[in-house]
Write a protein that binds this ligand. Sequence first.
Ligand code: ZN
Length: 196
Amino acid sequence: MSTELLDLFRERAALLEGHFQLSSGLHSPRYLQCALVLADPPVATRLGEELADLLLRDGAAHGVTTVVAPALGGILVAHEVARALGVRSMFTERQDGAMTLRRGFTLSAADRVVVVEDVITTGGSTREVIDAVKAQGAQVLAAGSLVDRSGGAAEVGVSRRSLLAVDVPLWPAGSCPLCAAGGVAVKPGSRPAPRA
Ligand code: ZN
């Protein structure tokens, strides 16, 4: 799967080279723009099925009732994983800086939740969603992502799966060699895709 998914990113010009500031605050010379891959609905559905299969494989997600993701990047992933699992999909948003279930989304102690996102780097977003889910009294079974950019290192406190592990350099802003060379990092979500 991994090679095939990486090919898909290349095919869709979704593997960007440059100088990026990730949502974690870390800088990197490469960025995987999942939105470009998820823009094709049948592809999004298939990736959701594959991640759902992976989460079910060792029983980690057994009995799941709801899939929850951080907005915006995780919304489509949660939706497609939930479709494959036959359960509900929800997302959290930041309210005064804190990940929160809004829009009337509620969970109860009866809910068993899988938390997903598009790309995991430090695991910070997933951990924040897990905390928001637990604050509602629900149980968190497992976590998943399409891409793992952490080198497998992201710890989120529950078992975690991803479809594709990619090795990319990640630097704190203060020790980024591209910044040291005078470059300015861009937030990849906030600019148009470069012309191929
Ligand atoms: Zn930098």
